[in-house]
Design a protein around this ligand. Structure first.
Ligand SMILES: Cc1ncc(COP(=O)(O)O)c(C=O)c1O
Length: 468
């Protein structure tokens, strides 16, 4: 298969409903029947949820409990129409938001100061913005940079790109966590903050937060911990007695933390918490305008109107899960992740990356293509996350994966997949088609162009649809 064929197939895959359901390129002339619309959406959801419900998907679905989702959906619907901006009409938003922040802060030993955002990316980008504003105001910084390990989440790159902040990427040490000495060498008088992860998206590992935070303190700058993924899980794992290094506000020098409620907080998609150690840094992200004809305007962050349904359902997710619910889920997740980690370690052709907790990343021995392994896993119904630099896969263990027998079935499928990769050695892997192009200016330009084509396609109608 040529690369163009691969792209064509990928684009085609974006439109599975072509020919199954009617396409709408314009508003229908008259109202459609509500029951029919709901039925169509429900059928799509049933099909699309099937794989996740089997427990064969890494990450993505954190709760997986459809009764929980239905309850949260019910809560959402009570306030879905209400705009958080209108606090005089909806003072409940202040209660929900304040208590979501308080509960998250309590979990992470914070000071109760924070904001609720739409997700991890917004939390990270907002933190970056606050540090840039702080550095400009307090130190006259004109060419801001941020120092982070190469594994820090790419949303930080996106934010830095949008805000004209230079990204300085530090390498990793042999254990795949941030090389703090290299980070120290990259700091200068224009550095606005340091970043570490707990755990990072790719490998799920916890950077040496205490060392990075000490370095930040020594240099008089802030430090953000990206706990988007681990923030709502690691505290429970620690309480269960697992050996988790300190990474939250108990570490002096940690000045902000992001923790996504829409991941292991088991809330609906669209919420994350960004916590600050002190109120002054939070104020750096506020926007207030006293002289606009539209009136006095005050806004805590990027969003304008927001649905109170998200706040209500996030708040409700915490209440109905409770400490015991979070602990029970964490225990099962860790037990499953340990079984998967140990099972992979027992496969000689594979190598587990670093010392994982809830997310197990693994690569293949030198002469084996991990993307061929993935091809076989995909064919067997599994959906892992593909990584690069180095080529690897990861299994981010969530509640649906903790069902009886899932870990054993996965390890069986993985052994079959390794045999497949050995048998097909040297053949191009379908699921890794794009990897390996990167790293050179021409390769990167080609991949950027292909990815932009995919984004264009994601925002359009299926080819031929709506031509009426
Ligand atoms: C460590 C980490 N940070 C940030 C993000 C971005 O979160 P979101 O997709 O909610 O924007 C993710 C997403 O998986 C993540 O794993």
């Amino acid at each position: 298969m040529s690369d163009t064929d691969g792209l064509g197939a990928m684009l085609e895959g974006l439109y599975p409903y072509r020919g199954t359901y009617a396409s709408h390129a314009r508003v229908p002339a008259g109202p459609l029947d509500r029951a029919a619309v709901l039925d169509e959406i429900t059928r799509m959801a049933k099909d699309e949820d099937a794989q996740g419900d089997r427990g064969t998907v890494s990450g993505s679905l954190y709760s997986g409990d459809h009764e929980h989702y239905a309850f949260l959906g019910e809560v959402f619907s009570v306030f879905s129409h209400a705009n958080v901006l209108q606090r005089d009409m909806y003072p409940s938003a202040t209660k929900f938001e304040g208590e979501i922040i308080a509960m998250t802060s309590n979990l992470l030993h914070g000071t109760g100061i924070g904001v609720v955002t739409s997700g991890g990316s917004e939390s990270l980008i907002t933190a970056l913005y606050a540090y840039r504003e702080q550095a400009v105001a307090e130190r006259g910084v004109t060419r801001p940079n941020v120092v982070l390990p190469i594994t820090a989440h790419v949303a930080l790159h996106k934010g830095a790109h949008w805000m004209g902040i230079e990204i300085r990427r530090a390498p990793l040490t042999d254990d795949y966590t941030a090389d703090v000495d290299a980070m120290a060498d990259m700091i200068d008088d224009q550095t606005v903050a340091l970043v570490g992860s707990a755990g990072d998206y790719g490998h799920g590992l916890i950077d040496p937060i205490e060392r990075i935070a000490a370095l930040a303190q020594e240099r008089g700058i802030g430090m953000h911990v990206d706990g988007c993924l681990g923030g709502w899980l690691l505290p429970w794992v620690e309480r269960l007695g697992y050996d988790i290094p300190l990474w939250d506000f108990r570490v002096p020098g940690v000045t902000s933390i992001s923790a996504d409620t829409h991941k292991y907080g088991y809330a609906l998609k669209g919420s994350s918490v960004l916590l600050y150690r002190d109120a002054e840094l939070r104020r750096r992200q506020y926007f207030t305008s006293p002289d606009w004809p539209g009136g006095l305007y005050l806004s805590p962050g990027f969003a304008g109107s927001r649905s109170n349904g998200i706040l209500a359902s996030t708040w409700a997710a915490m209440l109905v899960t409770g400490e015991s619910g979070y602990l029970a889920a964490a225990e099962k997740i860790m037990r499953t992740a340990r079984a998967i980690r140990d099972g992979i370690r027992a496969i000689p052709e594979l190598e587990v990356i670093g010392d994982p907790t809830f997310l197990v990343a693994f690569k293949a021995a030198a002469d084996l293509d991990i993307y061929l392994v993935n091809d076989s896993l995909v064919a067997q119904g599994w959906r892992m996350n593909s990584l690069q630099l180095p080529p690897a896969l990861h299994f981010c263990v969530t509640r649906p994966n903790t069902a009886d027998g899932v870990a054993e079935r996965f390890l069986g499928a993985l052994r079959t997949a390794v045999d497949y990769a050995k048998l097909h050695r040297g053949e191009p892997a379908g699921t890794g088609a794009m990897y390996g192009f990167g790293g050179t200016p021409q390769g990167d330009a080609t991949i950027n162009m292909l990815m932009s084509t995919v984004l264009d396609a994601m925002h359009g109608l299926a080819p031929g649809a709506g031509a009426d």
